[in-house]
Design a protein around this ligand. Structure first.
Ligand SMILES: Nc1ncnc2c1ncn2[C@@H]1O[C@H](COP(=O)(O)OP(=O)(O)OP(=O)(O)O)[C@@H](O)[C@H]1O
Ligand SMILES: [Mg+2]
Length: 514
């Protein structure tokens, strides 16, 4: 980590001593002219920690001192708050490893930092990683990795900036945890029953014999590697072996209506590099790293991104722009990095930045330097992607003009695909998709509906189908009878007609009126 420190040149007092300390560093320079001369140094952490430690004492409360961490401006309080644990540990003289991964936690500690209180312990506690999640109806426990990530980031607090914390490894560890635990099928797991099934938890099975040697060995291997990574100052842990289960959406191309040509474009840009990398190698061209879908709301941009992930078997990570800004306020950069690491660990992968304009709007227009930093971070993460099509980033927006032009340069979001409002033929296709599983009357004339729903978006058409079904229900079933069970003959009388659609159109109009 590079930390730049700048402060006014003084001849005595704390500023004078700080200048003397800075003078001992090769990067020492003076800036500005007489009267307003400033001292500037560029420190490398962890190596130059002593100087920074001295500054932390000498420059405390110095309003004119300025700091930057890896190029991003940061306040002195924030910087030193984040380095508190690191500096304390350096001063103590104990090897970092002993501090970050103390021996007494050796077989429980999952993350290479003891600030993070999420463990791989034998007995379920609120801090066990397998305490995060919910029990599904099918008796399989779904691990909530978002919740684990939230917890990790909140435990770290400002220490996400620790120069020896290996955030990449931390993200990788979360990515490697299983997505699901099914005690009915998996050895080594049991249930803790409490009330209805959805309230059950999972625990590690302790009835001896079952605990195989191999997972234990694997875990020791991981801890060993983490310890090594911490010792090496966070050089990262090589990705190897099987990676935990993947999140591949269930949406298929056939669920996306009226986009035949767009789908062809998207397949070429996203799916082909994943499924047939040899073509790109042979032609010696680099696939697009980033693709921008733009168009009015509800036209199926998110839907299409999910479908292409499904069809190419890619691990899918959806990130919503507003969420990155609000929910992870202050930790957004760490969150962004962990997202890219997860994608790399589980490649092929597609990262979807939904509503990217919310944080990647033109930097000039931004007052918040924080958002600008976020864009820079995204840019550098995208520049760092060398996986040749194995990791593809898709961004969606309704306002392509509002996006920082640096994001649209070659090697970034350099391929733009417009997803417009559907025409009559496309509308028919979308109506067919959303009535596929509905009981419909043989004389339902979807073509007629498609003709009369100009400027409806895909989402509007979906809402229209739902409303038509409700109209049909109100027409067929007497709501006053609902106390009683609906008789089978009433159910079989449900059949959606053109009339129901026409009634529904009075309630559900196009969301964009021109
Ligand atoms: N082309 C389409 N074919 C089938 N269904 C569609 C289509 N477009 C939209 N829909 C329906 O509308 C819903 C919302 O669409 P989606 O979220 O993909 O829109 P969007 O373009 O991402 O909108 P926004 O810009 O508001 O994020 C989808 O889940 C789907 O049910
Ligand atoms: Mg969307």
């Amino acid at each position: 980590m590079k930390v730049s420190v700048g402060f006014p040149l003084g001849s005595d007092g704390p500023l004078g001593r700080a200048a003397a300390v800075a003078g001992s560093h090769p990067s020492y320079r003076l800036e500005g002219v007489n009267g307003s001369t400033r001292v500037a140094v560029e420190l490398d952490l962890p190596e130059d920690w002593r100087l920074l430690d001295d500054f932390s004492g000498l420059l405390r409360g110095e309003g004119q001192a300025e700091y930057a961490a890896d190029g991003a401006a940061i306040s002195g309080e924030e910087l030193f708050e984040g380095l508190r644990c690191f500096l304390r540990k350096q001063r103590s003289g104990t090897p970092a490893r002993e501090w970050c991964t103390p021996r007494k936690l050796a077989d429980k500690q999952l993350f290479p930092c003891r600030q993070i209180h999420v463990y791989d312990n034998e007995h379920l506690t609120d801090n066990s990683w397998y305490a995060f999640g919910t029990m599904g109806e099918d008796g399989a426990f779904e691990v909530d990795k978002d919740a684990i990530t939230d917890r990790v980031l909140s435990d770290l607090g400002p220490c996400v900036r620790c120069p020896i914390l290996d955030l990449d490894t931390t993200a990788e560890i979360v990515a490697r945890l299983p997505e699901k635990i099914d005690p009915a099928k998996e050895i080594g797991w049991g249930y803790r029953e409490d009330g209805p099934l959805t309230g059950w938890r999972v625990v590690k099975a302790r009835d001896g014999g079952e605990e195989k040697a191999s997972p234990q060995e694997e875990r020791e291997g991981l801890i060993e590697r983490l310890a090594r990574s911490v010792r090496n100052g966070g050089a990262g842990v090589a990705v190897g072996g099987a990676v935990g289960s993947r999140n591949v959406p269930a949406t298929r191309y056939e669920d996306v209506g009226g986009m035949r040509e767009t789908i062809t474009l998207v397949r070429e840009a996203v799916e082909l590099p994943i499924t047939h990398p040899e073509i790109f190698r042979k032609l010696n061209i680099r696939p697009h790293k980033g693709i921008l879908f733009y168009g009015p709301p509800g036209t199926g941009k998110t839907l299409l991104a999910r479908a292409v992930a499904h069809e190419s078997g890619a691990h899918f990570i959806a990130v919503s722009g507003p969420e990155i800004l609000n929910k992870y306020w202050g930790q957004s950069e760490a969150r962004l990095r962990s997202i890219f690491n997860e994608a790399r660990a589980k490649a092929p992968a597609i990262i979807l930045f939904d509503e990217i304009d919310s944080f990647a709007s033109s930097r000039d227009m931004m007052s918040e330097s924080f958002e600008a930093t976020l864009v820079s971070q995204l840019l550098s993460l995208m520049d760092g992607l060398n996986d040749l099509g194995r990791v593809c980033v898709i961004a969606t927006t309704n306002r392509p003009g509002a996006i920082d032009s640096a994001l649209r340069r070659p090697g970034r979001f350099d391929h733009e695909i417009e997803i417009g409002l559907p025409d009559a033929e496309a509308r028919l296709h979308i109506l067919e998709i959303h009535t596929r599983e509905m009981p419909t009357s043989p004389d339902l004339d979807l073509e007629h509906i498609a003709q009369h729903t100009g400027s409806y978006s895909g989402a509007d058409l979906e809402a229209l189908c739902r409303e038509a079904a409700l109209v049909c229900m109100r027409r067929t079933i007497n709501l006053r009878d609902l106390e009683k069970r609906v008789a089978p003959h009433q159910l079989s009388a449900l059949s959606v007609t053109t009339y129901d659609f026409r009634t529904a159109m009075r309630r559900v109009g196009p969301s964009i009126r021109r």
